[in-house]
Ligand binder design. Structure first.
Ligand SMILES: [Zn+2]
Length: 354
């Protein structure tokens, strides 16, 4: 084999960023239904990587472990049973592996699989020169798209399509409030809502982040740390409120503002709880205003295809903070933990020299 060993960031234990150690390990060969990919980009995810590194995040992580949910790069080996891929193909990898067997999978509701597992959590991920992944998780990178853009798009944009098309069925002209609008998911929610002819209010926790979201095409911006969110939203919408809220934070200090921003028959969709996850719910407003709250983990292949097609058309701006060699993994984990104000994704590129 041309690739008997590889450099990888291997965790032997959970804990501080120092547990992320660059070592040489055997390079994986693909199983019959897998591809081996030479990684050119993988993002550092707060939700998966930082939390899994710290304590496993209540997932059944087996040590030693390699993080990295969304590797993108070039196919270097193809499993015996895989059709349609050859060495040299450029692919990006979606993290969720569905069971194919649960009631939701059998119903054809692939986004709702109850036993899905994740690359970089339940098996070794892409903080490495090479990763083996199920061929069904690979998606061709469109011509002209960088591996870094492809990995960020496939990681976050499909959820924006899922929330705004599949879950809330946004209609042209409707108002959308995007919380965390400069974040990885929020930045795509802003852009997808605009592409669907929504009217978008970008909400974020600092003036810089509001400004970043306005540059992505939002019609209005509000800093929810400095203003009363619901009052501001009512002011913008002639007193009506918004039809859709992309919430995705779960912060008890921000929830009421987002909830109270909804118009009659509003729907709030959410995935993610990095703000804490336990919030107060005003049930009277829920029923009196006929509101709907929608939980939305998971995406479909159609969402992924739509995202890559939009990226290929130049319709998605990808916010990338910086790109680093593999050996910077620990330092970049430390930086992301210390600084919540970073706008854009931090990427590792195992082909870069230190
Ligand atoms: Zn399933």
């Amino acid at each position: 084999m041309p690739f008997p060993t590889m450099r990888a960031i291997v965790m032997e234990s959970f804990g501080e960023p120092e547990v992320l150690k660059l070592v040489d390990v055997p390079a994986p060969d693909p199983a019959p239904d897998e591809l081996a990919v030479a990684v050119e980009a993988v993002s550092i995810n707060r939700s998966f990587d930082l939390l899994v590194r710290r304590d496993g995040n209540n997932r059944d992580v087996v040590l030693p472990h390699v993080l990295g949910a969304d590797p993108a790069g070039t196919v270097v080996a193809v499993g015996a049973d895989v059709d349609g891929y050859s060495p040299g193909d450029r692919v990006t990898v979606s993290s969720t592996i569905r069971c194919g067997n649960c009631r939701e999978c059998r119903d054809g509701d692939e986004a709702a699989c109850r036993r899905s597992v994740h690359i970089g959590v339940d098996r070794w991920g892409g903080y490495a020169e090479r990763v083996a992944v199920p061929a069904s998780n690979a998606h061709r990178i469109p011509e002209g798209m960088s591996a870094a853009d492809a990995c960020v798009i496939v990681r976050h944009a499909p959820a924006a399509y899922n929330q705004l098309i599949d879950k809330t069925a946004l209609r042209p002209g409707e108002w959308v409030l995007v919380m965390g609008a400069a974040g990885a998911l929020g930045s795509f929610c802003v852009q997808v809502a605009k592409a669907l002819d929504g009217r978008v209010i970008a909400a974020a926790g600092s003036d810089d982040r509001v400004e970043a979201a306005l540059l992505l095409g939002a019609d209005h911006g509000v800093n929810y740390r400095a203003n009363d969110l619901a009052d501001t939203v009512r002011g913008i919408t002639d007193g009506e409120g918004v039809d859709v809220v992309c919430e995705n934070i779960g912060d008890p200090g921000l929830w009421d503002g987002a909830f109270d921003s909804m118009a009659q028959r509003g729907r709030l969709v959410t995935m993610g709880a990095h703000g804490g996850g336990r919030v107060g719910l005003d049930v009277r407003k829920l029923y009196a205003k006929r509101l709907r709250l929608i939980g939305s983990a998971g995406v479909t292949k159609k969402n992924i295809d739509e995202s890559l097609a939009a990226g290929s058309r130049g319709a998605l701006t990808v916010l990338i903070d910086s790109i680093h060699p593999l050996e910077s993994a620990a330092a970049q984990h430390r930086r992301l933990e210390a600084d919540r104000s970073i706008v854009g994704k931090v990427i590792l590129d195992p082909t870069l020299a230190a």
